[in-house]
Design a protein around this ligand. Structure first.
Ligand SMILES: Nc1ncnc2c1ncn2[C@@H]1O[C@H](COP(=O)(O)OP(=O)(O)O)[C@@H](O)[C@H]1O
Ligand SMILES: [Mg+2]
Length: 261
Protein backbone atom coordinates (compact mmCIF):
# COMPACT_ATOMS: atom_id res chain seq x y z
CA UNK A 1 0.00 0.00 0.00
CA UNK A 2 2.51 2.70 0.91
CA UNK A 3 4.06 4.64 -1.98
CA UNK A 4 7.54 6.05 -1.40
CA UNK A 5 8.82 8.43 -4.08
CA UNK A 6 12.55 9.02 -4.36
CA UNK A 7 12.95 12.40 -6.03
CA UNK A 8 15.22 15.45 -6.16
CA UNK A 9 15.17 18.97 -7.53
CA UNK A 10 18.34 18.13 -9.51
CA UNK A 11 19.92 15.13 -11.22
CA UNK A 12 22.93 12.96 -10.47
CA UNK A 13 22.44 13.13 -6.70
CA UNK A 14 21.89 9.40 -6.05
CA UNK A 15 18.13 8.97 -6.41
CA UNK A 16 18.36 5.71 -8.34
CA UNK A 17 21.11 4.36 -6.10
CA UNK A 18 19.03 5.10 -3.00
CA UNK A 19 15.75 3.86 -4.51
CA UNK A 20 17.36 0.50 -5.36
CA UNK A 21 19.24 0.01 -2.11
CA UNK A 22 16.43 1.26 0.13
CA UNK A 23 14.00 -1.08 -1.66
CA UNK A 24 16.36 -3.99 -0.99
CA UNK A 25 16.86 -2.99 2.66
CA UNK A 26 13.10 -2.75 3.19
CA UNK A 27 12.72 -6.19 1.62
CA UNK A 28 15.33 -7.62 4.00
CA UNK A 29 13.41 -6.01 6.86
CA UNK A 30 10.44 -8.22 5.96
CA UNK A 31 8.50 -6.01 3.55
CA UNK A 32 7.10 -7.07 0.22
CA UNK A 33 8.64 -4.43 -2.08
CA UNK A 34 8.09 -3.37 -5.67
CA UNK A 35 10.56 -0.90 -7.19
CA UNK A 36 9.24 1.08 -10.18
CA UNK A 37 11.44 3.16 -12.48
CA UNK A 38 9.70 6.32 -13.73
CA UNK A 39 12.91 7.82 -15.16
CA UNK A 40 13.54 7.51 -18.91
CA UNK A 41 17.23 6.92 -18.08
CA UNK A 42 16.00 3.39 -17.29
CA UNK A 43 18.89 2.88 -14.85
CA UNK A 44 17.14 1.30 -11.85
CA UNK A 45 17.26 -2.13 -13.54
CA UNK A 46 21.07 -2.02 -13.61
CA UNK A 47 21.25 -2.09 -9.79
CA UNK A 48 19.20 -5.29 -9.86
CA UNK A 49 21.45 -7.08 -12.35
CA UNK A 50 19.30 -6.86 -15.49
CA UNK A 51 21.45 -7.05 -18.62
CA UNK A 52 22.20 -3.66 -20.22
CA UNK A 53 20.67 -4.85 -23.52
CA UNK A 54 17.40 -5.78 -21.76
CA UNK A 55 15.36 -2.66 -22.54
CA UNK A 56 11.90 -4.05 -21.76
CA UNK A 57 9.72 -1.98 -19.47
CA UNK A 58 6.23 -0.80 -18.67
CA UNK A 59 6.38 2.59 -20.39
CA UNK A 60 6.41 1.32 -23.95
CA UNK A 61 3.38 -0.82 -23.08
CA UNK A 62 1.32 1.92 -21.39
CA UNK A 63 -0.87 2.82 -24.39
CA UNK A 64 -1.96 -0.86 -24.55
CA UNK A 65 -3.09 -0.60 -20.89
CA UNK A 66 -1.19 -3.68 -19.70
CA UNK A 67 -1.68 -5.49 -16.43
CA UNK A 68 1.39 -4.31 -14.50
CA UNK A 69 1.45 -7.53 -12.47
CA UNK A 70 2.47 -9.36 -15.63
CA UNK A 71 5.33 -6.94 -16.29
CA UNK A 72 6.94 -7.27 -12.84
CA UNK A 73 10.41 -8.81 -12.98
CA UNK A 74 11.52 -11.02 -10.12
CA UNK A 75 15.02 -10.06 -9.06
CA UNK A 76 17.62 -12.18 -7.26
CA UNK A 77 17.32 -10.14 -4.05
CA UNK A 78 13.56 -10.65 -3.86
CA UNK A 79 12.43 -7.13 -4.76
CA UNK A 80 9.87 -6.96 -7.57
CA UNK A 81 11.02 -4.63 -10.35
CA UNK A 82 9.13 -2.70 -13.00
CA UNK A 83 11.79 -1.25 -15.29
CA UNK A 84 10.94 1.92 -17.19
CA UNK A 85 12.03 0.50 -20.54
CA UNK A 86 14.05 2.17 -23.26
CA UNK A 87 12.22 4.75 -25.32
CA UNK A 88 13.37 6.86 -28.26
CA UNK A 89 12.67 10.59 -28.24
CA UNK A 90 9.62 10.37 -30.52
CA UNK A 91 8.02 7.64 -28.43
CA UNK A 92 8.81 9.65 -25.27
CA UNK A 93 7.15 12.77 -26.69
CA UNK A 94 4.10 10.78 -27.81
CA UNK A 95 3.86 9.22 -24.36
CA UNK A 96 4.10 12.60 -22.63
CA UNK A 97 1.28 13.94 -24.80
CA UNK A 98 -0.82 10.83 -24.05
CA UNK A 99 -0.24 11.22 -20.30
CA UNK A 100 -1.13 14.91 -20.52
CA UNK A 101 -4.47 13.93 -22.07
CA UNK A 102 -5.04 10.89 -19.91
CA UNK A 103 -3.07 10.69 -16.63
CA UNK A 104 -5.04 7.54 -15.77
CA UNK A 105 -2.89 5.61 -18.26
CA UNK A 106 -0.27 5.69 -15.53
CA UNK A 107 -2.33 6.29 -12.40
CA UNK A 108 -4.90 3.50 -12.83
CA UNK A 109 -2.38 0.61 -13.00
CA UNK A 110 -0.32 2.18 -10.21
CA UNK A 111 -3.41 2.42 -8.01
CA UNK A 112 -4.17 -1.23 -8.77
CA UNK A 113 -0.69 -2.16 -7.50
CA UNK A 114 -1.10 0.02 -4.41
CA UNK A 115 -4.39 -1.73 -3.59
CA UNK A 116 -2.30 -4.64 -2.28
CA UNK A 117 -2.09 -3.72 1.44
CA UNK A 118 1.09 -5.74 2.00
CA UNK A 119 3.06 -4.11 -0.82
CA UNK A 120 5.50 -1.22 -0.39
CA UNK A 121 6.13 0.59 -3.70
CA UNK A 122 9.41 2.48 -4.10
CA UNK A 123 9.33 4.84 -7.10
CA UNK A 124 12.48 6.20 -8.70
CA UNK A 125 11.62 9.59 -10.25
CA UNK A 126 13.35 11.66 -12.93
CA UNK A 127 15.28 14.74 -11.75
CA UNK A 128 13.56 18.07 -11.17
CA UNK A 129 9.95 18.85 -11.98
CA UNK A 130 8.59 16.00 -14.08
CA UNK A 131 5.31 14.58 -15.25
CA UNK A 132 5.57 11.44 -13.11
CA UNK A 133 6.41 13.48 -9.99
CA UNK A 134 3.42 15.75 -10.67
CA UNK A 135 1.15 12.69 -10.91
CA UNK A 136 2.64 10.69 -8.04
CA UNK A 137 3.23 13.36 -5.38
CA UNK A 138 -0.47 13.67 -4.46
CA UNK A 139 -0.75 9.92 -3.75
CA UNK A 140 2.67 9.39 -2.16
CA UNK A 141 2.90 8.56 1.54
CA UNK A 142 6.48 9.71 1.66
CA UNK A 143 8.68 11.71 -0.70
CA UNK A 144 12.38 11.13 -0.09
CA UNK A 145 14.16 14.19 -1.48
CA UNK A 146 17.82 13.48 -2.14
CA UNK A 147 20.32 16.33 -1.84
CA UNK A 148 24.09 16.55 -1.94
CA UNK A 149 26.05 18.37 0.74
CA UNK A 150 27.12 21.09 -1.69
CA UNK A 151 26.26 24.69 -2.54
CA UNK A 152 23.81 23.86 -5.37
CA UNK A 153 21.79 21.53 -3.18
CA UNK A 154 21.83 24.04 -0.30
CA UNK A 155 20.44 26.66 -2.69
CA UNK A 156 17.55 24.31 -3.50
CA UNK A 157 16.44 23.90 0.11
CA UNK A 158 13.79 26.67 -0.21
CA UNK A 159 12.17 24.55 -2.97
CA UNK A 160 11.87 21.72 -0.45
CA UNK A 161 10.76 23.95 2.44
CA UNK A 162 7.97 25.49 0.37
CA UNK A 163 6.95 22.27 -1.39
CA UNK A 164 7.38 24.08 -4.75
CA UNK A 165 9.55 21.19 -5.73
CA UNK A 166 6.37 19.07 -5.84
CA UNK A 167 3.76 21.54 -6.98
CA UNK A 168 2.42 25.04 -6.63
CA UNK A 169 0.17 27.02 -4.29
CA UNK A 170 -1.96 25.20 -1.74
CA UNK A 171 -1.17 21.79 -3.25
CA UNK A 172 2.53 22.40 -2.64
CA UNK A 173 1.81 23.36 0.97
CA UNK A 174 -0.25 20.18 1.43
CA UNK A 175 2.56 17.97 0.13
CA UNK A 176 5.34 19.57 2.19
CA UNK A 177 4.58 17.46 5.27
CA UNK A 178 5.32 14.26 3.40
CA UNK A 179 8.80 15.28 2.31
CA UNK A 180 11.87 13.93 4.11
CA UNK A 181 15.43 14.63 3.03
CA UNK A 182 18.42 12.34 2.60
CA UNK A 183 21.87 13.90 2.16
CA UNK A 184 23.99 11.80 -0.13
CA UNK A 185 27.71 11.66 -0.87
CA UNK A 186 28.64 13.45 2.34
CA UNK A 187 32.42 13.55 2.64
CA UNK A 188 33.58 13.90 6.26
CA UNK A 189 37.09 14.77 4.99
CA UNK A 190 35.85 17.79 3.05
CA UNK A 191 35.42 21.06 4.97
CA UNK A 192 32.66 22.28 2.66
CA UNK A 193 30.75 18.98 2.65
CA UNK A 194 30.88 18.84 6.46
CA UNK A 195 29.80 22.48 6.85
CA UNK A 196 26.87 22.15 4.41
CA UNK A 197 25.75 18.86 5.99
CA UNK A 198 25.82 20.38 9.48
CA UNK A 199 23.95 23.51 8.35
CA UNK A 200 21.31 21.43 6.55
CA UNK A 201 20.92 19.11 9.55
CA UNK A 202 20.27 22.14 11.78
CA UNK A 203 17.85 23.67 9.29
CA UNK A 204 15.90 20.49 8.46
CA UNK A 205 15.70 19.03 11.98
CA UNK A 206 13.47 15.92 12.00
CA UNK A 207 12.80 16.31 8.27
CA UNK A 208 16.32 14.95 7.69
CA UNK A 209 16.02 11.17 7.45
CA UNK A 210 19.77 10.68 7.39
CA UNK A 211 22.99 11.03 5.46
CA UNK A 212 24.98 8.64 3.27
CA UNK A 213 28.71 9.14 3.04
CA UNK A 214 30.60 9.28 -0.25
CA UNK A 215 31.89 5.76 -0.66
CA UNK A 216 33.66 4.14 -3.59
CA UNK A 217 31.81 0.90 -2.80
CA UNK A 218 28.57 2.51 -4.04
CA UNK A 219 29.91 3.11 -7.55
CA UNK A 220 31.68 -0.27 -7.52
CA UNK A 221 28.43 -2.05 -6.65
CA UNK A 222 26.72 -0.38 -9.61
CA UNK A 223 29.61 -1.26 -11.91
CA UNK A 224 29.28 -4.90 -10.79
CA UNK A 225 25.47 -4.64 -11.15
CA UNK A 226 24.97 -5.60 -7.54
CA UNK A 227 23.17 -3.95 -4.69
CA UNK A 228 25.47 -2.48 -2.08
CA UNK A 229 24.44 -4.96 0.63
CA UNK A 230 25.36 -7.86 -1.65
CA UNK A 231 28.79 -6.48 -2.52
CA UNK A 232 29.91 -4.57 0.56
CA UNK A 233 27.48 -5.04 3.46
CA UNK A 234 29.91 -3.57 5.99
CA UNK A 235 30.80 -0.50 3.92
CA UNK A 236 30.11 2.87 5.49
CA UNK A 237 27.48 3.73 2.86
CA UNK A 238 25.71 0.37 3.31
CA UNK A 239 25.43 1.00 7.05
CA UNK A 240 24.13 4.54 6.41
CA UNK A 241 21.50 3.24 4.00
CA UNK A 242 20.48 0.56 6.49
CA UNK A 243 19.85 3.23 9.12
CA UNK A 244 17.80 5.32 6.70
CA UNK A 245 15.74 2.27 5.70
CA UNK A 246 14.98 1.68 9.38
CA UNK A 247 13.84 5.31 9.67
CA UNK A 248 11.58 4.88 6.64
CA UNK A 249 10.18 1.58 7.96
CA UNK A 250 9.29 3.36 11.20
CA UNK A 251 7.24 5.89 9.22
CA UNK A 252 5.26 3.15 7.42
CA UNK A 253 2.35 1.17 8.86
CA UNK A 254 3.65 -2.07 10.45
CA UNK A 255 3.57 -5.08 8.07
CA UNK A 256 0.98 -6.91 10.23
CA UNK A 257 -1.25 -3.84 10.20
CA UNK A 258 -0.75 -3.50 6.45
CA UNK A 259 -1.98 -7.06 5.92
CA UNK A 260 -5.43 -6.22 7.37
CA UNK A 261 -7.66 -5.25 4.45
N1 LIG B 1 27.12 7.71 -1.61
C1 LIG B 1 27.74 7.62 -2.80
N2 LIG B 1 29.09 7.48 -2.86
C2 LIG B 1 29.75 7.39 -4.03
N3 LIG B 1 29.13 7.43 -5.24
C3 LIG B 1 27.78 7.57 -5.25
C4 LIG B 1 27.04 7.67 -4.05
N4 LIG B 1 25.71 7.79 -4.40
C5 LIG B 1 25.66 7.77 -5.74
N5 LIG B 1 26.89 7.63 -6.27
C6 LIG B 1 27.24 7.58 -7.71
O1 LIG B 1 26.76 8.80 -8.29
C7 LIG B 1 26.29 8.56 -9.59
C8 LIG B 1 24.87 9.09 -9.74
O2 LIG B 1 24.01 8.31 -8.93
P1 LIG B 1 22.50 8.01 -9.38
O3 LIG B 1 21.89 7.17 -8.31
O4 LIG B 1 22.48 7.47 -10.76
O5 LIG B 1 21.90 9.48 -9.35
P2 LIG B 1 20.48 10.03 -9.90
O6 LIG B 1 19.54 8.87 -9.96
O7 LIG B 1 20.06 11.08 -8.92
O8 LIG B 1 20.76 10.62 -11.26
C9 LIG B 1 26.40 7.05 -9.84
O9 LIG B 1 27.57 6.81 -10.57
C10 LIG B 1 26.50 6.47 -8.44
O10 LIG B 1 27.23 5.26 -8.41
MG1 LIG C 1 18.42 8.19 -11.62
Amino acid sequence: MPLICVAAPKGGVGKTTLAANLAEALHRAGRCVLAIDFDPQNALRLHFGLPVRDGAGFVTELPQRPDWQELVRHTACGVGLLPHGTNDIHAALRLNAALEREPELLLAPLRAMLADPALVVVADLPPGPSHPLHLLAPIADLVVAVLLADATSAALVPEIDSGRFLGTGTMAALHTGRVRVVLNQVDPQSRLSRAVAEALARHLGPRLLGAVCRDEAVAEALAAQHLLHELAPESAAALDIEEIAQGIAALLPAPAEAAVP
